[in-house]
Design a protein around this ligand. Structure first.
Ligand SMILES: [Zn+2]
Length: 377
């Protein structure tokens, strides 16, 4: 259930408290608790508020919930969309995500981080300069939702695969390719001989799935080696479910990253983060994507808008920055790599413990050659 909803009549994103405050002014009555609101208000809310992800109407207000034992809050006041239900693939559609913010949405109001604070100031200034508005932020989310539903795929990649293949792949660096000679007792007795390299070579030979994988992926720039851990997490979380393949937004992603780097270089408070790392900072990417979206992805216009904002930033109305931005490119490269690897379809016969397998290989090689047994560690 989302914490904010978009009001069609006020063209603003609002939380429950803000909605109640606005309706008090509109209807001339004061109601401050979600459970006590009159039917006229309910009817108004049902047609005025939209889900911030899939844009259905029919909202109901849901009051805060507290633990009976500890009195700690369990749920903040939020919005429920039951009639009609959320559209397919809405980030708020599943009950497991009740009262959480989907990872691709960015609360600019989260003032704990100095970077988000700086971005919030830029968002507020951009709204004051009328370069964008809550409505354009909402429209961008709708643009993204429509892109998303056109490009879904079923996640079937074994969640064990990325980490396991990464561990196996690392053996390549121990194996010192090009030195493949038949081992003899004389060779292994040499002080220069490395059991580690010999075992790595043998282990890679035992896994034909490694060969298939490395031939397909090792030469291409592929984020697999940076993103394998995250890829496993996503494969586990989305197993058997649909997820967005962001590849159709490649051009937009690259332009947005370029603008994000420009932003990091040209706005002092954001120099906290280096221009290369900035593409991993959701709030900056959300701002860059918004600047690009409102300018139809024209980089020159977007850059010029940004410089106008920088020139005026510093004293914006903080309320304006209280809006949920969208980073359409959350986990972009990870999803791309996950889908490519899944489609390539490497079959792993058995996810053996690779470390234990290496010990067994060395014992077998030593026994075969009549070399002394492995030293006890
Ligand atoms: Zn929805």
């Amino acid at each position: 259930m989302p914490l904010t909803a978009y009001s069609i009549s006020s063209e603003k994103e609002e939380d429950v408290e803000q909605v109640l405050k606005r309706l008090s002014t509109l209807f001339g009555e004061c109601v401050s608790a979600a459970e006590a609101i009159p039917e006229t208000w309910r009817a108004f809310i049902r047609q005025d508020l939209q889900c911030p992800c899939c844009f259905v109407t029919g909202a109901e207000l849901v009051k805060a919930a507290y633990s009976t034992a500890s009195k700690n809050p369990l749920r903040q006041p939020c919005f429920r969309f039951n009639n009609p239900k959320h559209r397919d693939h809405c980030d708020f559609g599943s009950t497991e995500k009740a009262n959480t913010v989907p990872e691709n949405l960015v609360a600019f109001s989260d003032s704990n981080s100095p970077i988000t604070k700086a971005v919030r100031e830029l968002v507020g200034t951009g709204i004051e300069l009328a370069l964008f508005s809550h409505k354009s932020i909402r429209d961008m989310r709708e643009w993204f939702f429509n892109k998303k539903v056109q490009s879904m795929f079923l996640v079937t990649l074994d969640p064990r695969f990325p980490k396991w293949m990464h561990s196996l792949y690392r053996e390549k660096f121990y194996s010192k390719p090009g030195k493949e000679v038949e081992l003899t007792l004389g060779i292994v007795a040499s002080p220069k001989f490395s059991w580690r390299a010999a075992v790595a070579r043998e282990q890679l030979l035992r896994h034909p799935e490694y060969r298939a994988f490395s031939e397909a992926f090792h030469k291409k720039p592929n984020p697999f080696f940076l993103e394998y851990s995250r890829m496993g997490t996503l494969a586990r979380r989305f197993q058997g479910r649909s997820a967005f393949d962001p590849s159709m937004l490649e051009e937009e992603y690259e332009k947005t990253c370029e603008l994000a780097r420009f932003i990091a270089i040209n706005y002092k408070p954001l120099k906290l983060t280096t221009s290369n790392k900035v593409i991993n900072v959701s709030s900056v990417l959300a701002l860059a994507a918004l600047l690009m979206y409102v300018r139809d992805w024209n980089q020159d216009f977007a850059r010029a808008d940004f410089m106008k904002i920088v020139g005026a930033a510093g004293s914006s109305n903080q309320e304006l920055g209280n809006v949920m931005g969208l980073n359409p490119f959350h986990d972009f490269r990870t999803w791309q790599a996950l889908k490519a690897i899944q489609e390539f379809g490497v079959q792993v016969a058995e996810y053996v413990d690779l470390k234990a397998e290496r010990v067994a290989i060395e014992q077998q090689l030593r026994a075969k050659l009549g070399a002394p047994p492995m030293p006890v560690e």
